[in-house]
Ligand binder design. Structure first.
Ligand code: ACO
Length: 332
C-alpha cells in the first residue's frame, strides 16, 4: 500500500492465559464428548479457563506489560490503549482499568468490539491514529474470557473456547510495516454466532415500560460459520495481498484466528501455502476469540520462529459477522 507519511511497526508482543487447564478428557465429564471427537474435528486438546476470581483486566494487563517490556518503552510513553474484547469486566469498557493496572498514565483507552476479528480491526485502527500523526505509541490488546458466556451444557460449542490475552505495541516508524489490509462486515449473517442480550418487559409507570434482562450464552451455527470462514478468509487475504502489491509467495507466516485446525488447513490449502508456514497453537488454547492472533504471534516470536522482517498474513473472522486481513512485517 502506497503511504507517504508516518509508517507503523509492531515492536513488542506479550500474552497471558489463566493457569488452570482443562483437557478434552476432563471435558467429557461435563458433556457427552471425547478427546477423539474434539481433536479430530477441531485440533483442540485443552483450553485454559479463568476461575471466578480471574478478571479480563488482569489477563489483558499482564499481556500488555510484557509487550511494553519487549518494545523497550515505558508505560507512560503509551499514547493509546485499544482493548479488543467481547467479554469486558464492565460493559462501560475495561480498557481504562487496564490503563490504570499498567500505569500508562498518559494514554487514552477504550474498548473495541469486533469478536474474533477484534485484533485485526484494532491493528488497522491503531495504524490510522499513527499514520495521521496523532499518536506514536499504541498498545493493542486482544483479550477474552468466553468461558463466562459459554453454555456448558452445549457440547457443540463448549468444547471450542478458551480464555486468554495477547498484546502488541505498535509504534510510529519511518518505514511502514503494515503493507496492506482489508476489513469486511456482514450484519445480514449476524444470527450465525451470537452472545445476545435478551430483554424482558417491565412496567415502570402506567404508560411507560422498560426492558431489562441479561446476555444469553453463546449460540453458533457451526457449519455455517465453517463455510463462511473457508470461503471469506482466503478472499480477504488475497485482497489484502493485492493492496500490498504482493503475491502469496511473499508470505512467511500465515497467522489466522485460531478457531479450528480444519479451517486453518483449508485456508492454507486454498491459498497454496505450505503447512510449515501456518502458525497454530489452538491445540493448547482452543479458540480464545480476540486473543488468539496476538497470543499465537507472541509464542511464535518468543520461540524464535517469527524473525524481524518476516512477512505475516494475519486474518481474523467471527461474529458480526466480521472478517479481515492484514499483511505486515514483524519488527522495525
Ligand atoms: N462431542 C461429540 N459429538 C458432538 C460434539 C461434541 N463436542 N459436538 C457435536 N457433536 C455431534 C452432534 O450432536 C452431531 O450428532 P448428530 O448428527 O447425532 O446430531 C454430530 O456430532 C455432528 O455435529 P455437527 O455440528 O454437524 O458437527 P460438525 O462436523 O459441523 O463439527 C464444528 C462441529 C467443529 C463446530 C464445526 O462445525 C466447525 O468447526 N465449525 C466452525 C465453528 C468455529 O470454528 N467457530 C468459531 C469461529 S468464530 C469465532 O471464533 C467466534
Amino acid at each position: 500500500m502506497e503511504y507517504s507519511g508516518v509508517g507503523i511497526a509492531i515492536t513488542g508482543c506479550g500474552s497471558s492465559a489463566p493457569n488452570s487447564t482443562v483437557t478434552n478428557d476432563q471435558l467429557s465429564q461435563v458433556v457427552e464428548t471425547s478427546d477423539e471427537w474434539i481433536a479430530s474435528r477441531t485440533g483442540i486438546r485443552q483450553r485454559h479457563l479463568s476461575d471466578s476470581s480471574g478478571t479480563l483486566v488482569d489477563l489483558a494487563a499482564k499481556a500488555a506489560k510484557s509487550a511494553i517490556e519487549m518494545a523497550g518503552i515505558e508505560p507512560d510513553q503509551v499514547d493509546l490503549i485499544l482493548l479488543a474484547t467481547s467479554t469486558p469486566d464492565d460493559l462501560f469498557g475495561s480498557a481504562c482499568q487496564v490503563q490504570a493496572a499498567i500505569g500508562a498514565s498518559q494514554a487514552v483507552a477504550f474498548d473495541l468490539t469486533a469478536a474474533c476479528s477484534g485484533f485485526v480491526f484494532g491493528l488497522v485502527t491503531a495504524a490510522q491514529y499513527i499514520r495521521t500523526g496523532v499518536y506514536r505509541n499504541v498498545v493493542l490488546i486482544g483479550a477474552d474470557v468466553l468461558s463466562r458466556w459459554v453454555d456448558w451444557n452445549d457440547r457443540r460449542t463448549c468444547v471450542l473456547f478458551g480464555d486468554g490475552a495477547g498484546a502488541v505495541v505498535i509504534q510510529a516508524n519511518e518505514r511502514d510495516r503494515l503493507l496492506g489490509f482489508e476489513l469486511r462486515s456482514d450484519g445480514t449473517q449476524n444470527r450465525c454466532l451470537n452472545l445476545a442480550y435478551a430483554s424482558t418487559a417491565k412496567p415502570l409507570l402506567e404508560d411507560c415500560e422498560i426492558g431489562q434482562g441479561n446476555f444469553q450464552p453463546i449460540t453458533m451455527n457451526g457449519q455455517e460459520v465453517y463455510r463462511f470462514a473457508v470461503k471469506r478468509v482466503p478472499e480477504v487475504i488475497e485482497k489484502a495481498l493485492f493492496r500490498a502489491n504482493l503475491g502469496v509467495d511473499a508470505i512467511d507466516w500465515l497467522l489466522l484466528h485460531q478457531a479450528n485446525q480444519r479451517i486453518l488447513d483449508s485456508v492454507a490449502d486454498r491459498l497454496k501455502i505450505p503447512s510449515e508456514k501456518v502458525i497454530s497453537n489452538l491445540a493448547k488454547y482452543g479458540n480464545t476469540s480476540a486473543a488468539s492472533i496476538p497470543l499465537a504471534l507472541d509464542e511464535a516470536v518468543r520461540e524464535g520462529f517469527v524473525k524481524t522482517g518476516d512477512t505475516i498474513a494475519a486474518s481474523g473472522f467471527g461474529a458480526g459477522l466480521t472478517w479481515g486481513a492484514a499483511i505486515f512485517q514483524w519488527g522495525r
